[in-house]
Ligand binder design. Structure first.
Ligand code: PLP
Ligand code: COI
Length: 341
């Protein structure tokens, strides 16, 4: 039985589910981990996660298929990315086996919270690692916690596949060779104030430029950026300070292999937006959010439309979401089934 929620109208808010997974690292190794119903953490006041931002997280979703089974989308890629984030912040890697087992256990234990097929809602999984234990100096923590919790979610940006407008921020979310490529809380803390300024002006979020020259698009605060050129190329920024979006790499594959498009990871100059017929923001939470327009200084540039979805963006969306919900064939290894007994 699935829970009785208004599935079609869920936004992106915390809803307590029944179980979460927690594992602890001490004396050089992770324990087996276990499910718990307690959604609070009791940690040492000196924990490095609190003082020095020694923490990282991931985001992935569980999808209910037509036949009632449940899919995870490329969880091995989230595991690998979390390992890179852990390396960057001097935290012990969570092995891929532990990461995927934790995700599967949380989905299975909370399967009543996985939305029925066809509602558009999913179960969002939030794995994280935090440095904990007695400490005060700037150093790596003596102990760590790895946890995964789950929330049923709908659209991250209002309207889902409806276009959203974004504004170029004067602020940076990450430094050129800082932690922008790692999924660590500090990047998001840095984006809160610019994000607030954007929302006060009725934009969905900021677009950040490259922190070195402020001439090239990097990404949105919570998603990567892509553009479809007027001659039908899929272009997405490349930079050492953006998050390597798993959705973006999936779209690069889909655009090339299924839509026959030329794909490019390269520079996207903010003063060359005229080359694009369509643009989008992509990520686990954002899925594909069409970019209606971008405000840059006094200039507001509209791509395809502020109200309609462009045809290429729509095809990319249908293919991606079709794969995720099991309606279209997936490239090898992209779908991992959650065993439900
Ligand atoms: N960029 C940022 C800053 C993000 O927070 C996210 C979300 O995870 C993404 C991009 C998209 O990454 P993914 O497609 O792996 O979810
Ligand atoms: C995600 O898409 O999983 C994200 O982490 C974006 C945002 C909710 C931080």
């Amino acid at each position: 039985m699935t829970k009785n929620l208004d599935w079609a109208n869920l936004g992106f808010s915390y809803i307590k589910t029944d179980y979460r997974f927690i594992a602890r690292w001490k004396d050089g190794k992770w324990d087996e981990g276990e499910l718990t119903t307690d959604n609070t953490l009791h940690i040492h006041e000196g924990s490095t996660a609190i003082h020095y931002g020694q923490q990282c997280f991931e985001g992935l979703k569980a999808y209910r298929c037509k036949d009632g089974s449940i899919n995870l989308f490329r969880p091995d890629e989230n595991a690998k990315r979390m390992q890179k984030s852990c390396d960057r912040l001097l935290m012990p890697q969570v092995p891929t086996e532990l990461f995927i087992r934790a995700c599967k256990e949380v989905v299975k234990a909370n399967q009543e919270w996985v939305a029925p097929y066809g509602t558009g809602a999913t179960l969002y999984l939030r794995p994280f690692v935090i440095g904990v234990g007695e400490n005060i100096g700037v150093r790596s923590a003596p102990e760590f916690i790895f946890s995964v919790f789950a929330c049923p979610v709908g659209a991250y940006f209002k309207g889902g596949l409806a276009p959203s407008n974004f504004i170029v921020s004067e602020y940076d979310r990450a430094a050129p060779y800082g932690t922008g490529a790692a999924k660590v809380g500090g990047n998001y803390a840095a984006s809160l104030y610019p994000g607030k300024l954007a929302k006060e002006r009725n934009f969905a979020d900021c677009i950040y430029l490259d922190p070195k020259t402020h001439t090239k698009i990097e990404e949105v605060g919570s998603a990567n950026f892509f553009g479809i050129t007027k001659d039908n190329k899929f272009i997405t920024p490349i930079s050492p300070s953006i998050l390597a979006s798993i959705t973006k790499y999936s779209l690069l594959h889909i655009a090339k292999e299924r839509l026959g498009m030329e794909t490019i990871e390269g520079d996207v100059f903010i003063d060359q937006l005229d080359q694009f017929a369509e643009a989008g923001a992509c990520g686990t939470a954002a899925v594909i959010t069409p970019v209606g327009g971008i405000q840059h200084g006094d200039n507001f540039h509209v791509f395809y439309s502020e109200t309609e979805v462009g045809p290429v963006t729509k095809r990319l969306y249908e293919e991606l979401v079709g794969i995720q919900f099991g309606d279209r064939p997936a490239p090898e290894g992209w779908i991992v089934k959650v065993e439900l007994d």
